[in-house]
Design a protein around this ligand. Structure first.
Ligand code: SF4
Length: 365
């Protein structure tokens, strides 16, 4: 068996449903990425625009000078089946499917290290390598397309024609020359615009870029400060990330029903009880989300999102918990709780018909 095939089979044994090989040449989407940065569409994610980060993205060899090949891998998480865009139940929020289980940063590097051990055993010599799991500046979807794993859809996700887009990408830079796979050269979005039409904030642009400043994933995870008021009502009940553009994508009809067991939903994570979440102390937050991607938002960001979701749900039974959050030690939480209270009150006011108006209606003329 060829070395490349043996390596891909070992990758499958390690739980990677996708594996393709490419070279460390400059990514073809680098110019588009530079234009995206220059337009400021990355919002406050300054780490994307630093000179050092740009140079590394433009040349993967800067991450591993001896790199001769890149093995691009895909590990499946559980597809979001929570309502397919409908409202969640009661005072529940929603967490994006990729964050239902363990943090991929903790799970995937160990598996990739096993692949290197396998490769070294096959070659009978040490192999220089570097494992990247969204942890180093790489244009990973560009590399994945070039490794033959799928096309980059209008929603900016990498889409595999049989497996959809519910998977993590990871890259193993290797100091060994392997036969690259042919790039994925076709595009299967066609005239479809479902993701563009469904995005509540309209952040998916027709040119296959995304205005991160409006993306609910950015607003709930990456943005550290206050969420712009005009965007809060459009976030609905989403408290960490968003799956809408993947849920509506027809190619996800073919996504595997179950993901990798490491990413299986943990109790109370996919649809958290918002009143309980708003009462999480710093210790309780750490305990509940230990080893979970949700930690990235930190307690103050997560509770900020929870307050916005409660405001959007408009249920007056959330008022006592929101009033209590006005005394939260974090100003960010207090500020968004105040907004949520005002929103609930204003919606309650809209729904209450004044008595004089009611009697006028009962006795027309
Ligand atoms: Fe492409 Fe349609 Fe999927 Fe959007 S929803 S990524 S346009 S196929």
């Amino acid at each position: 068996m060829h070395l490349e095939q043996a390596l891909k089979e070992e990758a499958a044994r390690q739980g990677f449903i996708l594996a393709g090989i490419t070279t460390p040449e400059a990514p073809t989407h680098m110019a588009a990425f530079e234009r995206w940065l220059e337009a400021g569409l990355h919002g406050e994610m300054a780490y994307l625009s630093s000179e050092r980060s740009r140079q590394r993205r433009a040349d993967p060899r800067q991450l591993l000078p001896q790199c001769q090949s890149i093995l691009v891998l895909g590990a499946p998480y559980f597809p979001s089946q929570q309502g397919k865009g409908e409202k969640s139940q009661g005072l529940e929020g929603r967490i994006a499917a990729y964050a239902w289980g363990a943090d991929y940063h903790d799970v995937l590097p160990e598996r990739m290290a096993k692949l290197v051990v396998f490769l070294e055993a096959q070659l009978g010599r040490p192999v220089l390598s570097r494992a990247c799991t969204d942890s180093a500046p790489l244009l990973e979807r560009d590399l994945a397309q070039r490794a033959g794993l799928g096309w980059i859809g209008k929603n900016t996700c990498l889409i595999h024609p049989r497996l959809g887009s519910y998977f993590f990408l990871a890259e193993l830079l290797l100091g060994v020359a392997l036969q690259p796979d042919p790039p994925f050269s076709t595009d299967h979005c066609g005239n479809c615009t479902r993701c563009i039409d469904a995005c509540p904030t309209g952040c998916i642009r027709p040119d296959r870029t995304l205005d991160a400043r409006g993306c609910i994933a950015y607003l709930t995870i990456e943005l550290k400060g206050a969420i712009p008021e005009e965007l809060r009502p459009r976030m609905g009940d989403r408290v960490f990330g968003c799956d809408i553009c993947q849920q509506v994508c027809p190619w996800n009809r073919f996504a595997p029903a179950a993901g990798d067991p490491a990413f299986a939903p943990r109790p109370g994570i996919p649809a958290p009880d918002l009143l309980g979440e708003l009462a999480l102390t710093p210790e309780a937050f750490k305990c509940k989300f230990k080893g979970s991607p949700v930690q990235r938002a930190k307690r103050r960001g997560y509770l900020r999102n929870v307050a916005v979701a409660l405001g959007n749900q408009g249920d007056p039974s959330a008022i006592p918990a929101l009033r209590q959050a006005l005394a939260d030690p974090e100003p960010l939480v207090r500020q968004h709780a105040a907004w949520a209270l005002a929103r609930i009150e204003s919606r309650r006011g809209e729904n209450q018909v004044p008595q004089s108006t009611q009697s006028t209606r009962r006795k027309p003329g």
